[in-house]
Design a protein around this ligand. Structure first.
Ligand code: OGA
Ligand code: NI
Length: 213
């Protein structure tokens, strides 16, 4: 068996998808099994050790600029044809997409993803995951890689759900999915290095996004 998703029954998928449809988000714990988690985390630490992360920008194309007062993370964009050590995790993301399309009729065509590293003391201010002039992001997906995270470490994801706010702890192996275009959110200041794999499920192929957006 490649991963634990293959053991998940259809009615469990229906519950998750209903929750995403009704609440605009869903949190799934232990989304990654242990071996997959180890593979992603060691890949992350290797890339970080080789200094292959870049400061993240705000906005797309002409809008793109760096602003540390708005977001302090560093990112490494993933490419499934290059980052072969992560092949199994790309397979799992494609399985997730298949399930969402089957149970939610979302019409997801592709995804884009990066590793995100928030050094101690950084955050990402309140925002929505759609860039001006580009609307191909359907679902935001964050897989957390923070082993031993504990209250006080900070770096929670805060979702703004109409009249209430929801804090999500960035626990190892957990995935959170939310609707990219409707849900304002922020990353609270982290007091320890914070690791994640962040992706966006797209309605058009990734390389056509700018043309069709
Ligand atoms: C983002 C983002 C949330 C998180 O990268 O756009 O909001 O919990 N990330 O890392
Ligand atoms: Ni975001």
């Amino acid at each position: 068996m490649l991963n634990r998703l293959q053991n998940v029954q259809d009615d469990q998928w229906v519950d998750w998808v209903d929750s995403l449809a009704d609440n605009d988000y869903v949190v799934i714990d232990d989304f990654l099994d242990d071996s997959l988690y180890r593979a992603v985390r060691s890949f992350f630490l290797k890339k970080l050790g080789h200094d292959e992360f870049d400061p993240a920008g705000i906005g797309a194309l002409a809008d793109h600029h760096l602003d540390k007062s708005r977001r302090g993370d560093h990112v490494y964009w993933l490419d499934s044809s290059v980052d072969l050590e992560l092949t199994d995790v790309f397979v799992v993301i494609r399985e997730l997409i298949d399930k969402l399309n089957r149970f939610c009729y979302l019409g997801i065509a592709d995804f884009e993803s990066h590793l995100a590293y928030y050094p101690k003391g950084t955050f990402y201010e309140k925002h929505v995951d759609q860039f001006k002039g580009r609307n191909n992001r359907l679902i935001s997906m964050i897989i957390y890689l923070n082993e031993g995270w504990k209250p006080g470490d900070g770096g929670e994801l805060k979702l703004y759900l109409g009249n209430r706010e929801k804090l999500i702890e960035p626990l190892a192996k957990r995935i959170v999915l939310f609707k990219s275009d409707v849900l304002p959110h922020e990353v609270m200041t982290t007091h320890v290095g914070r690791y994640s794999l962040t992706g966006w499920l797209l309605k058009n192929p990734a390389d056509l996004g700018f043309l069709l957006g």
